[in-house]
Every structure is written in C-alpha cells, then in structure tokens.
Design a protein around this ligand. Sequence first.
Ligand code: CO
Length: 213
Amino acid sequence: MENIENSYTRLLEGNKLFANSKTFNDPEYFKKLSLGQAPEYLWVGCSDSRVPANEITSTKSGEIFVHRNVANLVVHTDINLLSVIEYAVNYLGVKHIIVCGHYGCGGVKAAMSNDLHGFVDNWLVNIKNVYNKHEKELLGITEIDKREDRLVELNVIEQVRNVAKTTIVQQAWKKRSLHIHGWVYGINSGLITDLCCIHDEQEDIETIYRYKI
Ligand code: CO
C-alpha cells in the first residue's frame, strides 16, 4: 500500500532541494525575484498535470504569468480569467498572450461524447459550441483520434479569437501592440505546434465583435 505520508512530504522535500539548488548558484536569486515581476507572456493553458507552462518552454520563475482551467477556455463571463487578462495586459504589460491546448485533452474528449459527466458539462458546453460550429469539417474526419486532435486545434483557434473579442485586448490595441498566439502541445512528443496568431487591432474578428474605441 502506498505510504500517504511519504507521498505528501515528498513535495516539501522537493521544495527544499529546489530552494537550495537556486541559492547554490546564485545566493541572491530569491531576493531578486522578490523585488517584482515583469513577465512578457500570459499563458492560458489546460489544467492537465502534463502541461506545465514553465517546464515545457524551458522558462524560469518570473517569465510567464499563468492561468489554467479545464481545456484552456476563454469564457467572457469568467471573472477569474478576465481579471487575469486585465492584470496581465494593463498592469504587467505582457506583449504576448498564448492560448496553449494539448492533444489528448480529456476535456475535449468529454465534450465530444454525449455522456453526462456532471457539473463540468456546463463548462464543456463551450467546446460543444466549437464542435457545432465546425461540425461539417469534423464529421469529414473518419478516424476518431484525428477528429479529436482537430477539435483540440479548432478549440485553441476559437479561444484565441475569444481573447481578441475582449474589451481589455481591444482597448490595449489602441495604445500598443499585443500578440495573441494559439499553440497546441503534443504530450507524446513534447513539442509545441504554432497554430495561429492575431497580431493587432481587430484583425480576424467579425465586425459585430469590434468596438469603437
Ligand atoms: Co486538457
């Protein structure tokens, strides 16, 4: 039987190793970090434990401001996400917003089925809407794994557009450049594919979503 106490304390032991290794090379490491953060990137990723933003991009503490939720969704009524975007854009001045999905996403798989999973289905309905919008293309893909992979990609592309539809991003575009990227991570390869990017002012968004600012 698994030793519950060990599996828990392992993390605290790991933390000591982390702190010691940083100060071993640079005694001022944490003192410098404590002065403040100025990340250039905001990451909107999936909560999946296999997709840690810093680790898969070989970046350090202080480089990426991170928001993660089930299936990397950008929902316009999510005050948590909107607060994160506002803080990252207006106060931290990030230059890039990255929506990073991943192949084999459990949220996307669940959304493709008609099974009832619970409360989460009300969150995943946002992916069903993406599916519905692109149903013709998706049904044209006969292999189920490939269809899932394509929905993962389409979901990222739609979430990038959702970021661009926010008032926060559109107001920022009036003052400066801000790039929104759509990436997909391959859990089986460790590699990221760059899917799409919205570079500037209200490009690639239908007229109805564009605000007069
Ligand atoms: Co996922």
